[in-house]
Design a protein around this ligand. Structure first.
Ligand code: PLP
Length: 866
């Protein structure tokens, strides 16, 4: 039975006034105007688009909160096992449009009774009647950009799918005041400006003043009985205390009334006062110190696939883990079950190693506070946690100095040492007298001048399952960075769950026209395919249908026009893209974080090669028409942020912009090539860019991209891929067929040998790349400073070409040539490939991922609404 504070005799009154959801246009209008006039204190005389956005959001949120409450009550009553997804990043983007799509119950007749409308269309019509355009209203919302890229967006797709699948799930993260920085391009250079996304408040969050959890740092460990072992209960007397305040974001699912919760923590000062300081008259200083508490959740660290190792970052991690665990434990304790049942009620998924401290914190709570024996506690911990690895790249693997831990988290350090001690004992038992193995596998790396804690190793030891995010990647972690652990634990602890994306946002919301065409073609008027993507296979029947191909192509063309409009807007109204030829201009897109391993440099070198080749032909007297036959029209579109301290990535951005300046203003090439860098790539821009692609580039050095998720988004939106045999590209090929993807380049098995060759032997550089590098060195793209891009060519010519651009460049160009051929001369074949790709993309729905996690890792069941 659910406890309630309300006396029995009062409940009838509560039930009589039960808050109702709006169900129709009338209901929405009513709620909308109510919120304009009361919550916003405005009226019809001063309700602008922003006020309309706010009022619509609050009205929609009301509905979600009603279902949110019901979901939580249902779960409290049934008390099933819950999943807690711990992620330091949730790259949510905008909430309103997604909520309108997801929360829609069955479509209802419109006011004339002549059409069935889903919630989104109903609200659209209502807003229209009230004097607003839905598009303008939606555009008011700032992106919730609390993430860097793939990892954060994955977490966002996962909570969408967990809710859609009625899995009892909570997301836990941090409520950064500043999300990922906004990128400006000034003179071709990336400039970072703060993203104060809360500037206009946030209508989606519910601040929980009543949930304030104290979190401590620094201090010392107290042992009442002198020198008892560290595995016995001890008391940590913290030196600094802050409070974690909960902010809740309701997460709607598609075609379900389940609404899950994303709980983000904000740090704030305690109300305790440092009287010692106060008494010495240092009032100002004592307030300042309190103020610093807020810095813990001020800012998202803007690195993707790179561990920076700053003290504040570790503080963020502990703050978040401690608060989240406290909350999870409080919820568990309400049921009065014994501790042994904790793993039957709680599954905690670690999204990368960022939340690994939760493993240590749970062990601390169980041993120090709950007084469980060490081994019993450790058994509970181990059964509770599972860890997702996202990378094999050394620079991205978190390692924290022991000295930092001993200052910031002294008790946790002791516990880590003990975890390691017990672990190494087991290793020693299984593999006696192998000191090399012990030092390789130890959680502590003994390096001069500073010992380091290997967080990935701690996560493995503390978890019952470890998964990679695509088949190739999951195999790679077993044979490289974690091979010793496979030897010790056996292979069954390691598994694969290939990433996925939510088709609600990335198909229905981002590409409403394609979604509509699909639902018509497969005769699925209620869009059930968004829940069961195997229904898409029916599309294959239309792959050769000329009329259908034309409709398909028209959708693509319209989406390309929308992207051209966005680019025009970003370019102060100047059109870069030739509208007249938009249908036969190939949109070649690479949008993702800028990283040497993702090889945007290879893409722009390819553009330079094309430009030089065109110029050569023209110089030899060829006409533009003749040149166009060999190098048909193409727009190369780039977007993505570099980490602020990543020099080479920033230089790549500058090179792209410099090439754009030269190529776009060269009238001699008559618009055959255009180069565009779209500033400030984020989720909202992705929703416009991805549906407009003919071809997208996923060209990482083999073995470096764990999965990639934008590759799946591009395919789901009817674009083809040029890519390396890396990450999820491999499985995309398996699903859609090798005829429908343009693969090239060396395989991951060859990478080590190729790197060795660069280091110790002479490797030959292809002539095309020589030509490109010569042009850059000549100052063609930086006449004032011919050496500007020296580090880029040096990295290839003199520093071992770690990312193997010279090894893959020739096959990259050859494959691009094939792309041109099919797009321009076999258009019907091209469209057929696109249709077949979408028909077989179903595997990459994040619903499938969540089912796999639920079954093979979490052991949780859905709890469906009655
Ligand atoms: N950034 C944003 C805004 C995204 O929407 C995505 C989507 O997948 C990514 C980054 C990840 O891209 P990729 O998988 O190409 O690294």
């Amino acid at each position: 039975a659910i406890d309630t504070m309300i006396p029995l005799q009062s409940r009838a009154l509560w039930n009589k006034h039960k808050v109702q959801k709006f169900e129709d246009a009338e209901g929405f209008d009513d709620r909308f105007i109510h919120h304009v006039e009361t919550t916003l204190a405005r009226s019809l005389y001063n309700c602008d688009d922003l006020a309309a956005y706010e009022s619509t959001s609050i009205s929609v949120r009301d509905n979600l909160v009603i279902d949110w409450n019901k979901t939580q009550q249902r779960l409290t009553a049934r008390d099933p096992k819950r999943v807690y997804y711990l992620s330091l990043e949730f790259l949510m983007g905008r909430a309103l449009d997604n909520a309108l799509i997801n929360m829609g119950s069955e479509p209802k007749p419109n006011s004339n009774g002549d059409e069935l409308l889903g919630t989104r269309d109903m609200v659209k019509d209502s807003l229209n009647d009230l004097g607003f355009r839905l598009e303008d209203v939606l555009a008011q919302e700032p992106d919730a950009a609390l993430g860097n890229g793939g990892l954060g967006r994955l977490a966002a797709c996962f909570i969408d799918s967990m809710t859609t699948e009625n899995i009892p799930a909570w997301g836990y993260g941090l409520r950064y005041e500043y999300g990922i920085f906004a990128q400006k391009i000034i003179d071709g250079y990336q400039i970072e400006t703060p993203d104060y996304w809360l500037n206009i408040g946030n209508r989606w969050e519910i601040e929980r003043h009543e949930i304030q959890i104290p979190v401590t740092f620094y201090g010392y460990v107290d042992r009442p009985d002198g020198d008892t072992p560290t595995t016995d209960p001890a008391q940590w007397i913290g030196g600094e205390r802050v409070l974690a305040v909960a902010y809740d974001f309701p997460v709607p699912g598609y075609k379900t009334t389940t609404v899950n919760n994303l709980r983000l923590w904000k740090a704030k000062p305690t109300t305790e006062f440092d009287f010692a300081k106060f008494n010495t008259g240092d009032y100002k200083n004592s307030v300042d110190q309190q103020q610093r508490a807020e810095s813990i959740t001020a800012c998202l660290y803007p690195n993707d696939n790179f561990a920076e190792g700053k003290e504040l970052r570790l503080k963020q991690q502990y703050f978040w883990c401690a608060a989240s665990l406290h909350d999870i434990i409080r919820r568990f304790k309400k049921t009065q079950r014994p501790w042994s049942e904790f793993p039957d009620q709680v599954a905690i998924q670690l999204n990368d190693t960022h939340p690994t401290l939760a493993v240590v914190e749970l062990q601390r709570v169980l041993v120090d506070l709950e007084k469980l024996p060490w081994a019993e506690a450790w058994d509970i911990v181990n059964k509770t946690f599972a860890y997702t690895n996202h990378t094999v790249m050394q620079e991205a693997l978190e390692k924290w100095p022991v000295s930092l831990f001993s200052r910031l988290l002294p008790r946790h350090l002791e516990i880590i040492y003990d975890i390691n001690w017990f672990f190494l004992q087991e290793v020693e038992k299984k593999f006696p007298d192998n000191s090399e193995l012990l030092s390789r596998i130890s959680i502590i790396e003994e390096v001069y001048p500073e010992r380091l804690i290997r967080m990935a190793f701690l996560a493995i030891v503390g978890s019952h399952k470890v998964n990679g995010v695509a088949e190739l990647h999951s195999e790679l972690i077993k044979t490289t960075i974690f091979s010793d652990f496979v030897k010790f634990y056996g292979p069954s602890k390691f598994t694969n769950v290939t990433n996925g994306i939510t088709p609600r946002r990335w198909l229905k919301q981002a590409n409403p026209e394609l979604s509509k065409l699909i639902s018509e073609a497969i005769n699925d008027p209620k869009d059930d395919f968004l829940l069961d993507m195997t229904k898409l296979t029916k599309l294959a029947e239309f792959a050769d249908d000329h009329g259908f191909q034309q409709r398909w192509n028209k959708v693509k063309e319209d989406n390309k026009i929308k992207l051209a409009d966005l680019i025009k807007n970003l370019n102060n109204g100047e059109d870069i893209i030739d509208r007249e030829h938009i249908n036969n201009t190939l949109f070649d897109i690479q949008v993702k974080r800028i990283h040497e391993y993702k090889r945007q440099q290879m893409n722009i070198f390819g553009v330079i090669y094309r430009y030089l080749a065109i110029k050569n032909l023209l110089e030899q007297g060829a006409s533009i028409e003749e040149v166009e036959k060999k190098f048909p029209r193409k727009v190369s579109i780039f977007g993505g942020k570099s980490a602020p301290g990543y020099y080479m990535a920033k230089l790549i951005i500058k090179l792209i912009n410099s090439v754009a300046d030269v190529v776009n203003s060269d009238v001699a090439i008559a618009d055959l090539i255009k180069v565009v860098f779209i500033p400030d790539y984020n989720v909202s821009k992705a929703e416009i860019i991805i549906p407009a692609s003919d071809l997208s580039e996923h060209i990482s050095t083999a073995g470096t991209e764990a999965s990639g998720t934008s590759n799946m988004k591009f395919v789901m939106n009817g674009g083809l891929i040029i890519g390396t045999v890396d990450g999820a590209n491999v499985e995309i090929t398996r699903e859609i067929g090798e005829d429908n993807i343009f693969l090239f380049g060396n395989l991951s098995e060859k990478v080590e040998e190729l790197r060795y060759n660069h280091k110790y032997r002479k490797s030959e550089m292809p002539s095309e790349l020589k030509m490109v590098l010569n042009a850059i060195e000549s100052g063609l793209f930086s006449p004032e400073n011919p050496n500007e891009f020296k580090p880029l060519w040096d990295s290839i010519k003199h520093h071992g070409d770690y990312y193997l651009v010279s090894d893959d460049f020739a096959s990259y160009l050859a494959t691009q040539e094939l792309v041109d051929q099919v797009f321009h001369y076999e258009k019907s074949e091209w469209i057929k490939k696109c249709i077949l790709s979408v028909a077989n993309v179903g595997f990459f729905s994040s619903d499938r991922c969540i089912e796999e996690y639920a079954e093979t890792i979490w052991n949780v069941e859905p709890v469906k609404p009655e």
